[in-house]
Write a protein of this length. Structure first.
Length: 140
C-alpha cells in the first residue's frame, strides 16, 4: 500500500487533498518528481500560489520543519518559487493577477489613497493633516 502524503513532515490532510487533485497521491510520486514539479502541478490544478506552502513542501521532503527555512536558503527558495509561478502564469490563461504581491500592494496603496481622498472630499473622514514633528512643531 502506498505511503500517504501526510507522512511527510509539514504536509497535512488539506495539502494531501490538493496533491490528490493534482494527480499526486503518494509519497513515492512526490519524492520522485520533487518539490518544484509537485508545486507546479498544484498550481496548474487550481491551488492558489503561496510561498509558505512551497517552503513546507521543499523542507518537508528534506524531513525539516518549514520554519527552518531562513537566510540564504529562503532567498534561494524564493527565487525558485518566483520562477515556478512565472512559468505557470505564462502557461495559464486564467492566472490570477492578485498573485503578484508587489503589484497587488501598489494597487492597494494607490486605491487606498484615492478612497481616502474621496471620503475626505465629501466629509466622511477628516482631511489628513501632517503630523507635527520636532523640527516643525504645531503652531498654536
Amino acid at each position: 500500500m502506498p505511503e500517504p502524503i501526510t507522512t511527510i513532515r509539514n504536509l497535512d490532510p488539506a495539502m494531501a487533498r490538493s496533491f490528490a487533485a493534482a494527480g499526486i497521491r503518494d509519497t513515492a510520486t512526490l519524492r520522485a518528481i520533487g518539490a518544484d514539479e509537485a508545486y507546479a502541478r498544484l498550481v496548474a490544478s487550481g491551488s492558489r500560489p503561496h510561498f509558505i506552502a512551497y517552503c513546507a513542501i521543499a523542507m518537508g521532503l528534506q524531513g525539516r520543519p518549514w520554519t527552518d527555512c531562513t537566510g540564504t536558503e529562503k532567498v534561494a527558495l524564493r527565487r525558485r518559487y518566483d520562477a515556478l509561478i512565472a512559468g505557470t502564469r505564462s502557461c495559464s490563461e486564467d492566472a490570477d493577477p492578485d498573485d503578484d504581491p508587489a503589484a497587488n500592494a501598489r494597487r492597494t496603496d494607490s486605491g487606498r489613497a484615492r478612497l481616502d481622498a474621496a471620503l475626505s472630499e465629501i466629509g466622511v473622514i477628516p482631511r489628513r493633516r501632517s503630523q507635527p514633528t520636532s523640527s516643525s512643531p504645531e503652531k498654536k
